[in-house]
Design a protein around this ligand. Structure first.
Ligand code: SAH
Ligand code: SF4
Ligand code: F3S
Length: 474
């Protein structure tokens, strides 16, 4: 069952050849530093960039001052993300001045936009490489070209439909959690969103390749796997047999071993009862591969006119009926969403529908964003852009309401026992450890750091909006 998007043998061999040419350039140790912005897809891409860099003789460093190559993997989803990436890149100029041979590369979604090319050419003369998000498989070639010929190599997206899975990936050794991309790209063209323009069309990986990657990760001791795609529920539409995301989940859960499977993101227009049924039939449990009892289902807005203007293809009633079905099948399910406030034309009444939606669904947590104009998207051209002060005010009211809901939902865990994967020392209190439950709840508790990477049972003693607190159960 193949998809048409896989890289050809010839292209893979060509890039492998470039990797060996770069490796042969010098015997001296070389280091690569990678700074990643944006979503999990970008994190996964950085793992691949790191894998290819390693094949080319660059070891990963976490200190940009010693790097022979610095890569900034950028995001374009909101203006703030672009500004942050540009400002950090500006900060790397000092390393380039000290070490002129150092290669400074900017890759990812921001530089998959044609208008960025001139912009960066003029304002950032010290950047050597631009490599758009869907050209990542040509990374070895661009490094080789830069080493041989010098000059500035700016390759902006022109191949929007490639799957680059055969090239090496470097995951953190011994890590208990891993990302696995199941598909790339997006066909939905929500009117506010830049992703389809920078990541290209939807393309699904071959299920057999996904299953064997997951089998290998589980036998390496990985305990939590997050399946990635901009819209995982349209997985399989481009495959040459009837096989969808729920079928893939079912096959993953039949793999022997123990692992908790998470996935993101689900689009409400494509998620249905079949998905919920597979989740309910395959709960995460000791000794098995199962699915985490949580669903991230981005609503974006609670008002039907706004949803239509966003081109989301569902209304609130349809969304709510799926939530009701999920709660019936899995009463403990943790629900999360993305919300945009201040979409062009959003009135106060329409915004109130979003607040009402939060109350109706009772999310465990929300990811909320102030609408940001993205060049080239339809919403950027819409009349009635909402003033900044109004957007800020709506954001504050949204967060205040959600904090209250999250606190009430978390309070229900007090007195109960939860299973959590220990992540390590708490960032806010070094006397405590932090763990994460399958519902993606953060739990703080006391215990030895040697527990990192293992599961513990925690008796919850108190709860706040964003965390649970408790003691290890003997
Ligand atoms: N594919 C995923 C989301 C990808 S982007 C999905 O459809 O759910 C992550 C989130 O960023 C989106 O869900 C949306 O809430 C937000 N977002 C995207 N474009 C935005 C913009 N122009 N302004 C503000 N938020 C945006
Ligand atoms: Fe963007 Fe919509 Fe695609 Fe998500 S589904 S990536 S919000 S266009
Ligand atoms: Fe950002 Fe690209 Fe992800 S725009 S959100 S890094 S797909």
């Amino acid at each position: 069952m193949a998809s048409n998007f896989h890289l050809s043998e010839t292209e893979i061999n060509k890039q492998r050849h470039y990797m060996s040419l770069v490796r042969a350039f010098t015997d001296k140790p070389r280091y690569v530093y990678i700074k990643t912005f944006g979503c999990q897809q970008n994190e996964a891409d950085s793992e691949r960039l790191c894998g290819m860099a390693e094949e080319m003789g660059y070891q990963r460093t976490f200190d940009p001052a010693v790097a022979d190559m610095i890569l900034v993997n950028t995001c374009a989803v909101r203006e703030h993300a672009e500004l942050k990436a540009l400002s950090i890149t500006g900060g790397y100029k000092k390393y380039k001045e000290k070490k002129p041979d150092m290669i400074l590369g900017v890759c990812g979604c921001m530089v998959a936009q044609e208008h960025r090319k001139d912009d960066i050419k003029n304002k950032y003369p010290y950047i050597d490489i631009l490599l758009g998000a869907t050209l990542i498989h040509r990374f070895p070639e661009i490094v080789y070209t830069t080493l041989c010929n010098g000059g500035r190599n700016f390759w902006i997206d022109n191949e929007l439909s490639v799957i680059a899975e055969e090239l090496p990936v470097k995951r953190e050794a011994g890590a208990a959690a891993a990302w696995v991309s199941v598909m790339y790209g997006c066909n939905n063209f929500c009117t506010y969103c830049i992703v389809p323009y920078v990541r290209g069309r939807e393309r699904s990986r071959d299920p057999q390749k996904i299953l064997s990657e997951i089998r290998a990760l589980i036998s390496d001791g990985v305990r939590e796997i997050t399946l990635l795609g901009q819209n995982v529920n349209s997985y399989g539409k481009d495959l040459d047999r009837n096989y969808d995301f729920s079928d893939l989940l079912r096959d993953i859960c039949a793999i022997p071993g123990e692992c908790v499977i998470h996935f993101m993101t689900s689009h409400p227009k494509d998620a249905g009862h079949k998905l919920i049924d597979v989740m309910a039939e395959n709960p995460a449990q000791k000794g098995k591969v199962g699915i985490a009892c949580r669903l991230h289902l981005p609503l974006q807005a609670g008002n039907d006119r706004v949803l239509k203007a966003m081109n989301r293809h569902y209304d609130f009633d349809k969304y709510m009926s799926l939530i009701t079905y999920a709660k019936e099948k899995m009463p403990d399910i943790a629900l999360t969403t993305d919300i945009i406030v201040g979409f062009p034309g959003e009135t106060e009444e329409e915004f109130l529908d979003t607040l009402n939606a939060l109350k109706a669904v009772e999310y465990d947590n929300i990811f909320s964003f102030i609408y940001s104009k993205r060049k080239g998207t339809p919403a950027a051209e819409m009349a009635d852009q909402v003033p900044d002060s109004v957007k800020q005010n709506r954001m504050k009211r949204l967060l205040d309401l959600q904090n209250e809901i999250s606190r009430t939902k978390n309070a229900k865990y007090v007195g109960k026992t939860v299973r959590a994967l220990v992540e390590g020392i708490s960032k806010t209190d070094s006397s405590r450890l932090t763990g994460r439950t399958e519902q993606n709840k953060i739990v703080h508790f006391e215990g030895p750091t040697s527990l990192t990477g293992s599961y513990v049972s925690i008796e919850v003693t108190s709860a706040e909006a964003h965390a649970l607190y408790g003691n290890i159960k003997k």
